[in-house]
Design a protein around this ligand. Structure first.
Ligand code: HAM
Length: 437
């Protein structure tokens, strides 16, 4: 990934592509086995979809992080800052509440937030998103969290910390916000400016403050988890009991806060210490009431998303073997003008089986071999007047230097043998741990 011209965006270059594809393939396998199917929704939605979902006090709204624009037809559209609202819009629009429940959907693609750019925080980034809709059972919460953890395990990523908490039901949140206001309004001059603003809009968010002064004021106060009413507490205990029974490692986080307002009860995040200050790889929670808010039936649900860039950063930092760009098996060199057309045609037929590249101009053997080497190919195949007379080509193994004259009719079979002997381009075994190719 290299920064591109627009601040907070980057280009995903050819060398980066195999690891992206491998990550998505592993994710699709883990989620697919749990009955989660893929859904693709548009990158932009009517702005109301997000207005009705992410919440008035969410960072996206308060910090004006949404890219909203008026199109030529006078419609207000928003580039999705997250997937949940769009996926649930599709759920409602296509009557998925009549499908067997729970409906399990995953997606991957770009999301957009006009954030302050720093390591791990971009304006166009990519998420894998997963929604499990249609059941209020604590089993579904445990399954959602376990699936996120299972995905990181399948990717071979060590060092993940899973934090599970509860933001309670709306009444719990109101009660806790009132409690914080009562405790902090008298001391608000000591709060940071951002937290004074939060005290007005959504006091719960103060718990997320990195300011040492704010944290000192919070230290003696109760946490949301300590103030849950019976129903939310019982649900939370059922979730954590299930996770323990399944052997999913997690830590309790009594003061978990999420940047979006739609969460109810279970909220969770997965962090990794190796990726800088923005250490959250992913997060999610339950959002009962959100489907109804978006104009659908009142069905409960839970979901999560992880940032693909952050996960790849963590995998790289941990030295997990990631697949590299595929290189050609053979690079065909034309040693005279007539051979230029010959190698082009030969390449076309060999490509039925292998990645094959060729030169477009006649080269002397030295330059031709250098071209072949730069392409990263395993063998160079040379064709000139001498080879033409013999109905053959010269095949040079670019790793061992071994050189053979091979009849044209035998070339396909010869390359088949080379391909079966060749280690993968990056020397990474195709089985075992790490990211599957
Ligand atoms: P979120 O916590 O806002 O949740 O984002 C999930 C993940 O996306 C973060 O943990 C982070 O890895 C990545 N991410 C977020 N913003 C950026 C950014 N500016 N640059 C790079 N990566 C970023 C959601 O989006 C919820 N929709 C998750 C969810 C699904 N909840 C229920 N269902």
């Amino acid at each position: 990934m290299r920064p591109s011209a627009v601040k907070g965006t980057y280009d995903i270059l050819p060398d980066d592509q195999p690891r992206w594809r491998a990550l998505l393939r592993t994710t699709a396998r883990v989620l697919g086995r749990a009955g989660v199917d893929e859904i693709t929704t548009p990158v932009f939605e009517h702005r109301e979809v997000f207005d009705k979902s992410v919440g008035e006090s969410a960072d996206l709204v308060v910090q004006k992080e949404m890219y909203t624009f008026e199109d030529r037809g006078g419609r207000w559209l928003t580039l999705r800052p997250e997937f949940t609202a769009g996926v649930l819009r599709a759920f409602i629009e296509h009557g998925m509440h009549t499908w067997p429940t729970p409906v399990k959907l995953w997606s991957a693609g770009p999301a957009f937030r006009a954030e302050n750019v720093q390591r791990g925080r971009f304006r166009q980034f990519h998420q894998v998103n997963c929604e499990l809709v249609g059941s209020a059972s604590a089993l579904l919460d445990a399954e959602a969290i376990a699936l996120l953890v299972d995905t990181f395990t399948a990717l071979g990523l060590p060092g993940v910390h899973v934090k599970v908490g509860s933001v309670g039901d709306p009444e719990d949140r109101e009660r806790y916000n009132a409690y914080l206001r009562e405790a902090l309004v008298p001391q608000q001059q000591a709060l940071s400016e951002a937290s004074r603003e939060r005290l007005r809009l959504n006091p719960l968010r103060i718990l997320d403050s990195k300011d040492a002064g704010d944290q000192a004021l919070l230290a003696p106060l109760a946490r949301p988890l300590d103030m849950l009413a019976h129903a939310a507490r019982e649900h939370f205990d059922a979730v954590t009991d299930t996770l323990s029974a399944w052997g999913v490692p997690f830590e309790l986080d009594a003061s978990i806060v999420r940047g979006l307002d739609y969460y109810r009860r279970t909220a969770f995040e997965v962090h990794h210490a190796g990726i800088g200050a923005q250490s959250a790889l992913g997060g999610g929670g339950r959002y009962d009431g959100l489907v109804a808010n978006l104009g659908g039936p009142d069905v409960p649900g839970i979901g999560w998303a992880f940032g693909i860039e952050r996960v790849l950063d963590a995998l790289e930092g941990e030295g997990v073997a990631l697949p590299a760009r595929e290189r050609a098996l053979a690079y065909l060199v034309a040693l005279d003008q007539e051979a230029v057309a010959e190698v082009a045609q030969l390449a076309r037929s060999l490509r039925a089986e292998h990645r094959v590249e060729h030169g477009y101009v006649a080269r002397n053997p030295g330059k031709g071999l250098r071209d072949a080497d730069r392409s990263g190919a395993r063998v160079a195949v040379l064709r000139g007047s001498r080879e033409r007379e013999a109905g053959a080509v010269v095949v040079k193994d670019l790793r061992t230097g071994e050189q053979l004259v091979v009849a044209l009719d035998d070339l396909a079979e010869h390359l088949r043998v080379v391909a079966s002997e060749a280690p993968t381009a990056d020397g990474i075994p195709t089985t075992g741990g790490g990211v599957a190719r």
